[in-house]
Design a binder for this molecule. Sequence first.
Ligand SMILES: [Zn+2]
Length: 89
Amino acid sequence: MIWEGVLKEKLEALGITVRVATFTGDSSYPVEYTLSKGDVRTFGEPTIDLAMVALIEKLLPQEPVLLDCPHCHGAHYTGQRCPLNPDKQ
Ligand SMILES: [Zn+2]
């Protein structure tokens, strides 16, 4: 892909580490792109575009989800702690 080098440069300018691994034999993909930024890391993807989408997905804030609570029989959003069980979510 002709834009791959440009994308790689731009990603690295953003502080994102781009790793390209080439495999021979029976690996799932012949080339795997892995992007990482701090603790956030994608799995190996077959194209740099897919790796970028995977990274964006991981970097976007997660929508809070309302979960039933077994401790107070109410419900809390993910990340909230139950007042009846403050040690766990
Ligand atoms: Zn609760």
